[in-house]
Design a protein. Structure first.
Length: 152
């Protein structure tokens, strides 16, 4: 009697090919989901910090945080409004580069910092390797800029 015990080479090759096809389909989808999650985290963090900037300006007669022009000063000013300063998951950094020029930050992107902030305008954006993320580039209208432009 000829009894078979085990799998043939052809059966094993077919199984390995099927697993390879499944992996080729699944892995890019997982990477895409991780990228989307990072972008969502950045968007949420930008909105949270912008809200904290607005709260600070409201509580301090329209003065913007970080008046001294340093990242430590900005973080200390926002400490009552933000438990912990967020880390930019794309840049893996919670460092902030504070600009004092009053010019749009879109020209200042780059460098290792996770965030960019202009203490003259209140603009706060996320830094990424390829520049600021599109959804995180528009500056929040702080009470200081709203009163200067005639807004409420």
């Amino acid at each position: 009697m000829n009894r078979r015990t085990g799998f043939s080479l052809v059966e094993l090759v077919v199984v390995v090919m099927i697993l390879g096809i499944i992996a080729a389909i699944a892995i890019p989808r997982v990477w895409t989901a991780v990228d989307r999650a990072d972008e969502t985290t950045v968007d949420y963090s930008v909105k949270t910090i912008r809200d904290a900037i607005d709260l600070y300006a409201t509580m301090n007669q329209s003065q913007l945080p970080g008046e001294a022009g340093t990242a430590d000063d900005l973080k200390n000013d926002l400490r009552p409004y933000v438990r912990q300063f967020p880390t930019n998951p794309i840049m893996k950094s919670s460092d902030v580069r504070v600009e004092t020029s009053g010019k749009p930050l879109s020209g200042a992107v780059g460098g290792p910092e996770g965030w960019l902030y202009d203490n003259q305008t209140g603009e706060f954006i996320a830094n990424t390797p390829s520049g600021a993320t599109p959804s995180a580039t528009a500056p929040a209208e702080s009470p200081a800029t709203a009163s200067a432009s005639g807004g409420t």
